[in-house]
Write a protein that binds this ligand. Structure first.
Ligand code: BES
Ligand code: ZN
Ligand code: ZN
Length: 489
């Protein structure tokens, strides 16, 4: 449904054509498009400024029924993200007009300071992601996704970049799968069900799937994970996905926090936005969707996804503050606060990944701390690693995909903060200060000498407001990032 097209605008029958316009430079090569832009700019209300738009119908010279001009603002400010956002807005604009397909004009490579491949990738991503809206629980669906999204390029370009459309479609399909899981209400994704949903998607792509139920977890001594699950009527699951190509280059393990609902446990949360805590499995969703995408793309690495899934609830069986548990890795942990549950399920999963797979690289994704949101806001993830190369690659992938990551420190002396009087470690420090860092340091106690990174996605995993190419709910953050990263490792 996504393709690059070279068409004669004078002859081709088109429902809706979208033309991006810069306010201070003509970014198109094609004479017809350039003269259409001139016509649009004659309308007083349209200058091509950011957020400007205008629709003109049945213009002579072209057969398109409607032409939508979208302002990009100043040429100097133009980057891949503004094109991604423009394409997302283009699709939403066309959907509102009840059209079923769109042709979007791609700016000329020679006139841009951005490589054509980057331009095309960004525009395709924005369009595909903007075409999705989570309305599964609405009886009356107002949003009709477009059937076709085409990009207007010249014949040579269409040939050169033919394969790009399929790769981008696959990665965006993965992002949308993660979004849907994150947005799903917590009563429909309790651990047993979420695990089954991951399993059924993964099996279709021929991934190896193993699921440990509560009995297996007890037998194998996943003490930290079981402690978090203890308060819930829903039993925990550990899902293991393996992508095993014939001649793998490396083994890479991803670990994703899968708390299907985080009430805080006995340290019950007091904030108003408790309903958003259905998103506390966004790391798990991103890891599962990345594995599924890696299989669809036939990537060359051995990739393992380790996904601990629990519900964090208060009850008579719940773990108490003061309890001491033994983790899978052997270390004992005093539970200082039952709301710091993510790090508990992650340490068991990290230890399991390292012990059983000996990966070259292990990366965990988790909606781990409110403190990371305080530090970096709602759109930027915190990236922690002792390995400078790995950290740099994560930051670069973040720039490429606009799933932004900012490197955070792991100061050795802060480790004193997570000491316990009675056990090897306490799951919370006595101070709230530096909460994202102390959480990451807690995880670091379980990775031995494996090259490891932790990405705290508490902010960017969930959108409270609609934006250019993402509706309210799960953002799918992490899937595009990890797919890009896999090409660098
Ligand atoms: N799931 C939360 C973190 C979170 C907060 C994610 C807001 C998304 C939005 C995590 O389990 C948690 O509750 N962390 C506590 C840790 C504290 C008790 C040390 C926090 O951040 O307050
Ligand atoms: Zn919590
Ligand atoms: Zn949590």
């Amino acid at each position: 449904m996504l393709s690059l097209k070279s068409v004669d605008l004078k002859k081709a029958k088109i429902e809706s054509l979208v033309i991006p316009v810069c306010e201070d430079k003509n970014i198109h090569d094609d004479n017809i498009i350039s003269s259409l832009v001139d016509t649009a700019k004659k309308v007083k209300a349209f200058k091509g400024e950011k957020e400007d738009d205008i629709v003109l119908y049945h213009l002579s010279d072209v057969k398109a029924e409607s032409i939508i001009f979208l302002g990009l603002g100043k040429f100097e400010k133009l980057d891949a993200e503004s094109l991604r956002a423009m394409a997302g807005k283009a699709v939403k604009n066309v959907i509102k007009k009840k059209y079923t397909e769109v042709l979007i004009a791609v700016p000329a490579a020679a006139k841009m300071n951005i490589r054509l491949k980057i331009v095309l990738e960004a525009m395709m991503e924005g369009a595909l992601l903007g075409n999705h809206l989570y309305d599964r629980y609405k009886k009356e669906k107002k949003h009709r996704s477009l059937r076709r999204i085409d990009f207007l390029v010249n014949a040579d370009e269409a040939k050169t970049y033919k394969k790009l459309a399929s790769r981008i479609s696959t990665v965006c399909r993965g992002t949308i799968l993660a979004r849907e899981w994150v947005s799903m209400p917590p009563n429909d994704k309790r651990p047993e069900f979420f695990a089954k949903s991951i399993e059924s998607h993964a099996r279709k792509e021929n991934l190896n799937v193993t699921v440990f139920n509560e009995k297996a977890l007890k037998q194998k001594k996943f003490g930290a994970m079981l402690a978090v699950a203890a308060g819930s009527l829903s039993k925990p699951r550990l899902v293991i996905l393996e992508h095993k190509p014939a001649k793998p280059k490396k083994t890479i393990a991803f670990v994703g926090k899968g708390v299907t609902f985080d009430s805080g446990g006995i340290n019950l949360k007091t904030t108003a936005s408790l309903s958003e805590m259905k998103m506390d499995m966004a790391g798990a969703a991103a890891v599962a969707a990345t594995l599924i995408t890696a299989a669809r793309l036939h990537l060359k690495h051995n990739i393992v996804g380790i996904i601990p899934i629990v519900e964090n609830m208060p009850s008579g069986n719940a773990t108490r503050p003061g309890d001491i548990i033994q983790s899978y890795g052997g270390k004992t942990v005093e539970i200082g606060n039952t709301d710091a549950e993510g790090r508990l399920i992650l340490i068991d999963a990290l230890s399991y990944a390292i012990k059983n797979y000996r990966p070259q690289t292990v990366i965990d994704l988790a909606t781990l701390t409110g403190a990371c949101i305080v530090a970096l806001g709602e759109k930027i993830a915190g990236a922690f690693s002792f390995d400078d190369d790995l950290a740099e690659n994560i930051i670069l992938s973040g720039v490429n995909t606009h799933e932004r990551c900012w490197r955070m420190p792991l100061p050795e002396d802060y480790k004193d903060l997570i000491k316990s009087d009675f056990a090897d470690l306490n799951n919370v420090p006595a101070t709230r200060a530096g909460g994202a860092i102390t959480a990451a340091l807690f995880l670091s106690e379980f990775v031995k000498d494996t090259s490891w990174a932790h990405i705290d996605i508490a902010g960017p995993a969930y959108a409270k407001k609609e934006s250019a190419y993402c509706g309210v709910g799960g953002t799918g953050f992490g899937v595009r990032l990890l797919c890009d990263l896999l090409e660098r490792l």
